[in-house]
Design a protein around this ligand. Structure first.
Ligand SMILES: [Zn+2]
Length: 260
């Protein structure tokens, strides 16, 4: 909730003058558990990689990592990695596209020397291969091995490939055609063709299209390309680039960058 609230305020171009940054850092600190994972609220046993990602995204927006034990958190992320190259929501869970996104995005949100990578080249390669193995001829991604394609995974898997520098391996035209087929005749986008639309799948489909804009590669057979041109997305924060820049500029405690 805190992560989405901060981004929602950034979308509204709030100046964040009333943001209780000290309280925010205390809250994040109190959510981290001894194994490095994060609970949804302090003291709760309810935890998975989504909470960890939110804590990392908030730290990135604050440009302040003092509330996070990153070494422990990164060790926890590694413990969620599976033999397939994806990540489960907790140790020993099946690899899933959504939690793989939260794991990889978290690893790449941590400030680091530009010459270093949070994954070995073998790990990166295996993760890319697993994500691509979930890409279907229909243009959609499935979230787990052997499952049907689902529009939301076009973002979860597609954004992860983009973060890993493998976005050029995604067939943008096929992905956009899948989205067209998932589009409901009265508006909105469903998880699969013929299903009912909902805001979750509609948003994530548009987010995927923002990363994989079909405009430059698509010959408009039956697709109105003009309506699919969307502003580029920051795949790490899952927000439009201009919103992510606003957040990174105005949420940090110092006035650094505000006059840039
Ligand atoms: Zn879905």
């Amino acid at each position: 909730m805190t992560y989405t609230a901060l981004l929602s305020l950034a979308i509204l171009r709030d100046d964040f003058l009333r943001l209780d940054r000290v309280g925010l850092l205390d809250f994040i600190r109190s959510c981290q558990r001894t194994d490095g994972s994060f609970s949804t609220v302090p003291g709760s046993n309810e935890m998975d990689l989504r909470s960890l990602y939110c804590a990392f995204a908030i730290s990135a927006m604050l440009n302040d990592w003092s509330a996070v034990n990153t070494d422990r958190a990164i060790t926890y992320i590694a413990s969620c990695r599976t033999y397939e190259g994806g990540y489960g929501q907790a140790p020993f869970c099946e690899a899933q596209g959504g939690t793989t996104y939260t794991a990889i995005a978290s690893l790449f949100l941590v400030p680091r020397d530009s010459a270093t990578s949070p994954l070995t080249s073998a790990e990166r390669e295996l993760t890319i291969q697993w994500l691509l193995s979930n890409f279907h001829a229909s243009g959609g991604f499935s979230g787990r091995t052997g499952k049907d394609a689902d529009a939301c995974y076009c973002f979860w898997c597609g954004a992860t490939l983009q973060i890993l520098g493998a976005g050029d391996l995604v067939d943008k035209r096929a992905l956009a055609k899948f989205m067209v087929e998932c589009q409901f005749k009265y508006g909105g986008i469903a998880k699969a063709p013929g299903e009912n639309p909902d805001p979750y799948h509609t948003y994530l489909s548009l987010a995927a299209l923002s990363i994989y804009s079909p405009a430059s590669v698509m010959n408009p057979d039956n697709i109105n390309t003009a309506s699919w041109i969307l502003d580029p997305l920051d795949p790490l924060l899952n927000a439009r680039q201009d919103t992510a820049q606003w957040a990174r500029r105005y949420i940090p405690a110092t006035s650094q960058g505000r006059d840039a």
